[in-house]
Design a protein around this ligand. Structure first.
Ligand SMILES: Cc1cc2nc3c(=O)[nH]c(=O)nc-3n(C[C@H](O)[C@H](O)[C@H](O)COP(=O)(O)OP(=O)(O)OC[C@H]3O[C@@H](n4cnc5c(N)ncnc54)[C@H](O)[C@@H]3O)c2cc1C
Length: 502
C-alpha cells in the first residue's frame, strides 16, 4: 500500500471556529463530513433523499405479508484494495466484521463456459500469467494471434501516459485491437468493462486501462472481494449516521441543496430547502445532474473553465436491478455471486440468501430464495417488457432450476445516475479542487491522482476534498491510501507534491 500524504500538518484540530456544508450524503459526502468533523469543523450534511448512502444506500420496504425488509440499489462488491473505503468503515466497525469474503465469483458464459478467479496468485504479473494459462479459450495458437504490444499497455499504467495515449479511444476499440479470440474476450474483458456501467463503445480506453490496473494488474490484494452480511442500512448507514452525529454533524435528510452564493468575507451562502446556511467550506458531493443543477443556479461560481468542465460531465446508460423472491432454492453449490456474459443483457446474478442475513432468514422460513439480477449500460431503446424477458431467459439459461419457479415478490428498479467516462473526457473532467476558494468537489466521477473506481473513488475524493479545504491551516490531513500508482512497466515520472495530489 502506498501512503500518499498530501501535506504535513501539526494540529489535530482547527484553531478557530469554522463551518462547512456538505451537499450529498453518499459515500463521498459522508467521507468528507467525517474528516472535517473529526478536525473540529462544524458540519451540516444535506442529503436530498430520506436516507444516507446514495447509490450504496438502502431503504425499508414491505413484502405483501407485511414483513419489512431493506431494499438496496443492488449488490456491491467490497474489494480489498479499497483502502480509503476501509478506513472510513473502520470508524464504525474496526475489524470490518460486517463483511465476509466470497471465495469465488465465476464468470458464466454461453454454452457452459466458466472462468474462475479463485486461487490466483495475488502478485502482478503472476496473476495475469496464471489467469491466461488457465483460460480454456486461450490456447497457444490463440495467444500467438494476440497483439502483444497493445496487451502490454495493461501492465504499463501511468496516469499521464495511459490517458495521453488512450483516452481518445473507446474501450471497445482497444479491446478489439488486442485480437483476443471472441470467447476469451467475452469472458475476460466484456464483463469487466461492463462493471463500470458504461458501454464499451462509449467508454474511454484510458479509463478502462486505469480500472484494469486498479482491479487486476496493479492490485496487490488479489481479486477476492467481500460482501456485506447485513443490509447496508444496518451495516453501514445507521452506524455512520450515528458516528457523524456523535461528532456534532447536523445530518439533514430530505434536504435539497439548490444554490451556492458568495456571502460576507470568505464565506459561502448555501441554500438548503430554502434556508440559507453560511459556510467557510462547501463540498459538492452530488450526482452529476445534481451538481450540474446547483452550478447552473449559482452564478457566483463564475469561473468559466470550471462551469464548462461541470457542464461537460454526463451520465451513462441506465442500469436495472431486479430482485426476485422465488418459491424454490437455487441448485446446491451455486456461488453467491456470478458475473454473466453473452446471454442477453444480464450482467450478474446474486443469490442474496447465501450471504445476507435478512434474505437467509426469509429463505429458511419459506424454502425459497432471493435472487438479484443486474443489467448495466442497458440499451435505452429496450423497454421494460423486453428487459424483463431478456433477464429471465438468461437466468433460466444459467440456472435452469428456476424454470417454472413461482415469483412470490419482486422489486424492479431502473435508474440512470452513474457517471459516463466518455472517450476524451479525462483532461476536462473536474478534480477535487476548484478555482473557487472554499469549494471542493467529490464523487465517483471526479478526476483523482490515484487509481481508483466506484465506491473507493467516492471515498478517496471525499477525503481529498476535506484535506484540500483545510490544506492552508497546518492540520493533519487524512491519509490517502493507494495501490502502486504505476504498473509494472509504467514509466517513471518526476512528481511534485502538488501534482501527486491533483
Ligand atoms: C447497481 C449498482 C451496483 C454497484 N456495485 C458496485 C460494486 O460492486 N462495487 C463498487 O465499488 N461500487 C459499486 N457501485 C457504485 C457505487 O455505488 C458508487 O460508486 C458510489 O456509491 C458513489 O458514491 P457517491 O457519493 O460518489 O455518489 P452518490 O452515491 O450518487 O451520492 C450522491 C448523493 O447526492 C444526493 N443529491 C443529489 N442532488 C442533491 C441535491 N441537490 N441536494 C442534496 N443531495 C443531493 C443524492 O441523493 C446522492 O445521495 C454500484 C452502483 C450501482 C448503482
Amino acid at each position: 500500500m502506498d501512503l500518499t500524504l498530501p501535506h504535513g500538518g501539526t494540529h489535530e484540530r482547527i484553531q478557530s471556529p469554522q463551518t462547512a456544508v456538505i451537499a450529498g450524503g453518499g459515500l463521498a459526502g459522508v467521507a468528507a463530513a467525517a474528516v472535517l468533523a473529526e478536525r473540529g469543523v462544524s458540519v451540516v450534511l444535506a442529503e436530498r433523499e430520506s436516507f444516507l448512502g446514495g447509490r450504496a444506500g438502502a431503504w425499508t420496504d414491505r413484502l405483501a405479508t407485511g414483513e419489512s425488509f431493506e431494499m438496496e440499489r443492488g449488490f456491491h462488491a467490497f474489494f480489498r484494495q479499497y483502502y480509503n473505503l476501509q478506513a472510513l468503515l473502520r470508524r464504525i466497525d474496526h475489524e470490518l466484521s460486517f463483511l465476509e469474503p466470497l471465495e469465488d465469483y465465476p464468470i458464466l458464459g454461453p454454452g457452459g463456459q466458466v472462468e474462475s478467479f479463485s486461487g490466483l496468485p495475488n502478485k502482478p504479473p503472476w496473476n495475469v500469467v496464471a489467469l491466461t494459462k488457465r483460460t480454456p479459450t486461450l490456447g497457444l495458437r490463440e495467444l500467438m494471434g494476440v497483439n502483444g504490444l497493445a496487451a502490454l499497455s495493461m501492465l504499463r499504467y501511468e496516469r499521464g501516459w495511459t490517458y495521453g495515449r488512450y483516452d481518445d479511444q473507446t474501450a471497445g476499440e482497444y479491446l478489439d485491437s488486442l485480437r483476443f479470440p471472441p470467447d476469451a474476450r467475452r469472458m475476460l474483458f466484456d464483463v469487466f468493462a461492463h462493471s463500470f456501467f458504461n458501454p464499451e463503445n462509449a467508454m474511454s480506453a484510458g479509463e478502462l486501462l486505469m480500472m484494469f490496473h486498479f482491479y487486476f494488474s496493479g492490485n496487490p490484494e488479489g481479486l477476492i472481494f467481500d460482501v456485506s452480511k447485513r443490509p447496508f442500512s444496518r451495516s453501514i448507514w445507521e452506524p455512520l449516521g450515528a458516528y457523524l452525529t456523535g461528532h456534532g454533524v447536523d445530518v439533514r435528510t430530505g434536504c435539497t441543496v439548490s444554490r451556492v452564493a458568495r456571502g460576507a468575507g470568505r464565506k459561502w451562502r448555501v441554500d438548503l430547502n430554502g434556508e440559507v446556511v453560511e459556510a467557510d467550506h462547501v463540498v459538492l458531493a452530488l450526482t452529476v445532474p445534481g451538481l450540474q443543477a446547483v452550478v447552473a443556479e449559482s452564478p457566483d461560481l463564475d469561473d468559466a473553465g470550471f462551469r464548462l468542465s461541470v457542464e461537460g460531465l454526463a451520465l451513462t446508460n441506465p442500469f436495472v436491478v431486479w430482485r426476485l423472491w422465488f418459491d424454490r432454492p437455487a441448485k446446491p453449490g451455486r456461488q453467491p455471486f456470478a458475473g454473466t456474459t453473452g446471454v442477453g443483457c444480464l450482467d450478474n446474478i446474486s443469490l442474496y440468501n447465501l450471504f445476507e442475513d435478512e434474505s437467509r432468514d426469509w429463505a429458511r422460513r419459506t424454502g425459497g430464495s432471493v435472487v438479484e439480477l443486474h443489467a448495466y449500460a442497458v440499451d435505452p431503446s429496450m423497454d421494460e417488457a423486453a428487459i424483463r424477458e431478456d433477464l429471465l431467459t438468461a437466468l433460466y439459461t444459467f440456472y435452469p432450476e428456476y424454470v417454472g419457479a413461482g415469483v412470490i415478490e419482486e422489486r424492479y428498479l431502473v435508474r440512470r445516475d452513474c457517471p459516463a467516462f466518455a472517450p476524451g473526457s479525462h483532461a476536462d473532467r473536474p478534480g477535487v479542487s476548484t478555482p473557487h476558494e472554499g469549494i471542493a468537489l467529490a464523487g465517483d466521477f471526479v478526476r483523482l491522482p490515484i487509481p481508483s473506481a466506484l465506491m473507493e473513488r467516492a471515498v478517496a475524493s471525499g477525503f481529498l476534498a476535506a484535506n484540500h479545504l483545510l490544506a492552508s491551516q497546518d492540520i493533519k490531513p487524512e491519509p490517502i491510501r493507494s495501490i502502486p500508482r504505476r504498473g509494472l512497466f509504467g514509466r517513471r515520472v518526476q512528481e511534485t507534491e502538488a501534482s501527486r495530489m491533483r
